[in-house]
Design a protein around this ligand. Structure first.
Ligand SMILES: [Zn+2]
Length: 677
């Protein structure tokens, strides 16, 4: 560009500011440099002013920005202030995918959207280093780049010799700089999947503007690093602007979408229709699907005057026998949630779930804060498959994010609290791989006692289909393949297009925060008191406590949200109670067994007992009989043989032995030998 072209560019920007941004420039002048250091312009405004100029800004951002900033310095300001170091930042470009950044983008301006994955410590970096010649004392100023080693002058401007030089810190110019990594917005992706991400350099007033887990739009210049430390990939972004993004953006709702959603919300079969649309390929399990539906919409997060908060997120645990299609339910949920991640109980670590503070490798070590799955899933849903593979310490790590909706990290110089407003959906098998109807259900869940309370709903799925159910399952399968399904009353309900349901969820969550009406409160209170008094009389298998009341509120709010209403009505409360009651009765298997046991103790026999029930008192007796003949206790082989005569399957015998061992009724004096106390 020639000198006159330069002059022309500066004048163009001056005119642009006068026409579109005079107020903003005035604002900047009043607050510069303490409160504000940058003028942010919208690319669309520039395009409207002069399309060529806007396109030049994208293609040659370095040169054009220099002129834009020069124009700002020359601007006739209302107050007497110099905007010498003020930045012109641009936003609002059409977005590119992080994974789509190619060589053609280098040195051009792009906008990307994603979630902040890591943030590093803020450091000062030289923008311009002053090298003092040790021979003649001349100061040589050399511009420095964000990456790579310090660039020395080729030769001294004074004596034309090659140094030696020494950096004069006072005469050098420094700026605050911070590296962050932004990953592509996760939408139903498995954590092990290769999610594209990019390093972003934030400078000056942009440092410390984001936290791991934040949804952001970054506009910046794509740079190529040929000499960078290994922890940074070849391309990076020099950020021009960082803006918080709507976590659900990317799901653009057309007017037609909104109209359809409104229509659906007013339809009579709304709840059945939406429930049917959750995992339509999975037969039965209607209550679990309903639970997932309520979880997708969620309750309302509340902040109180004293600063305390209660969560709105609903956490669900599905514990089921093999073959109950738990994984399919999880997958459906992640597909329908507007924002979701999936992870596995075995593959993930505690810090992988929450957050980690680590030192980076390479020459320039810095502390790095890395968001785990629950932080990245903020405002969305995290599905954990094979939850039974998580040991106690991993489960413990989940407690804070599930209950408090945050993750605290304290390590090295890092001391931070990250937001994690994330719903958790887990799937696991019971402790012995399959539910044992003779053992208390609560003991078979495999949840640490602390964590049980964090789950709002726990569903027990038994693989005990009788023939009629099997037939229904087959029918259902065929129906689904005809793209429709039949519900009980015989009317046809076709599942919604998953994309529309996803939009429905996003729309309801963004626009509705329903509040409890008096009628609904009364309803929940009555139910709670009634249940409470019941469990006071008996040893409670599934205690109804304060957290149950909070669960009922969240479910009621979710129900109102599904209706796109601002009021939680009595009908919403009733729906919540119905669903909650189902999970209580799941766990209530305990109650039946407890009654049975007490009857057995009192009378010694049980009237009308089945063969199976005879078995229950058998194994310990079998061991007792056999052990007298052996020094090391009853051998497993003999127990199995004897038990088989009584109608036990080998698997049943082994689970019963395990059970008796845990209860301390038998012990194992030698390998495969057992003795009863
Ligand atoms: Zn010199």
């Amino acid at each position: 560009m020639t000198g006159s072209a330069n002059q022309e560019l500066v004048e163009q920007f001056e005119q642009f500011y006068r026409r579109y941004y005079s107020e903003e420039v005035g604002e900047l002048a009043r607050h510069y440099p303490r409160k504000q250091k940058s003028l942010t312009i919208d690319w669309a405004d520039l395009y409207q002013f002069d399309a060529d100029l806007a396109e030049d800004f994208v293609a040659q951002p370095d040169q054009v920005r220099d002129h834009a900033e020069e124009a700002l310095r020359l601007y006739d300001l209302p107050v007497d202030v110099s905007l010498a170091q003020a930045h012109v930042r641009i936003q609002g470009l059409e977005q590119a995918g992080i994974g789509e950044l190619r060589a053609e983008h280098i040195s051009t301006l792009v906008s990307i959207q994603g979630t902040v994955e890591t943030t590093r410590n803020v450091k000062s970096r030289p923008v311009e280093a002053a090298f003092e010649c040790q021979r003649c004392g001349t100061l040589n100023l050399v511009p420095q780049s964000v990456v790579g080693e310090l660039q020395e002058p080729h030769e001294c401007m004074g004596c034309e010799r090659q140094g030696p030089f020494q950096v004069n810190v006072d005469k050098s110019e420094y700026v605050d700089q911070q590296w962050v990594r932004v990953q592509e917005r996760p939408a139903g992706q498995h954590m092990s999947a290769d999610i594209a991400s990019v390093m972003v350099s934030l400078e000056d007033d942009l440092v410390d503007s984001v936290e791991p887990g934040d949804s952001v739009v970054v506009t910046g210049v794509v740079r190529l690093d040929d000499d960078m430390d290994a922890s940074i990939t070849d391309k990076y972004l020099e950020a021009d602007d960082v803006t918080a993004a709507d976590p659900y953006s990317g799901l653009e709702l057309s007017d037609e979408d909104k109209l359809r959603i409104q229509e659906l919300a007013e339809s009579d079969d709304l709840f059945d229709r939406l429930t049917e649309s959750v995992a339509p390929t999975v037969p039965d399990q209607e209550d679990v699907k309903r639970g997932i539906l309520y979880q997708l919409f969620g309750g309302v997060r509340k902040e109180f005057e004293d600063g305390t908060t209660t969560r709105g997120t609903i956490h669900i645990g599905i514990v089921g026998d093999p073959g109950t299609q738990k994984a399919d339910l999880l997958q459906a949920a992640t597909k329908l949630a507007p924002r979701s991640l999936q992870t596995g109980g075995k593959t993930t670590t505690s810090v992988g779930l929450t957050a980690a503070a680590e030192r980076t490798s390479g020459q320039h070590q810095r502390w790095e804060l890395r968001a785990g799955t629950l932080v990245l899933g903020d405002q969305g849903l995290v599905a954990v498959d094979n939850f039974d593979d998580m040991d106690g310490s991993k489960q413990e790590a989940l407690h804070e994010p599930m209950e408090k909706q945050r993750v605290s990290v304290s390590k090295g110089s890092i001391n931070r609290v990250l937001r994690a407003e994330t719903s958790v959906l887990t799937a696991s098998e019971p402790v012995h791989g399959r539910f044992d109807e003779y053992q208390a259900v609560g003991e078979q869940l495999g949840f640490t006692p602390d964590l049980v309370d964090a789950f709002d709903l726990v569903f027990i799925c038994l693989d005990g289909q009788d023939e009629r159910e099997l037939e229904e399952t087959v029918d259902h399968f065929l129906d689904v393949n005809r793209q429709q399904s039949v519900i009980e009353d015989g009317s046809d309900i076709s599942p919604l297009d998953p994309e529309l349901l996803q939009k429905y969820v996003a729309y309801a969550r963004s626009n509705h925060s329903p509040q409890l009406t008096e009628g609904a409160s009364e309803k929940l209170k009555d139910y709670y008191i009634e249940r409470r008094s019941e469990t006071d009389d008996t040893p409670a298998p599934a205690p109804v406590n304060r957290s149950s009341l909070a669960t009922l509120m969240r479910l009621s709010e979710a129900s109102a949200r599904i209706r796109l209403s601002e009021n939680v009505t009595e009908a919403d409360a009733e729906r919540a109670i119905k669903l909650f009651d189902r999970t209580l009765s799941d766990l209530g298997l305990d109650t039946e067994m407890a009654e049975y046991d007490s009857e057995l103790i009192e009378t010694g026999t049980v009237s009308g007992e089945t063969d199976q029930r005879k078995q229950n008192k058998g194994i310990k007796e079998v061991i007792n009989e056999i052990q007298s003949e052996y020094e090391n206790g009853a051998p497993l082989e003999e127990i199995l043989e004897e038990a088989e005569n009584l109608g036990y399957s080998p698997g049943k015998v082994e689970s019963e032995i395990e059970n008796l061992k845990q209860k301390g009724e038998i012990y194992q004096p030698a390998q495969d030998h057992f003795r009863a106390f």
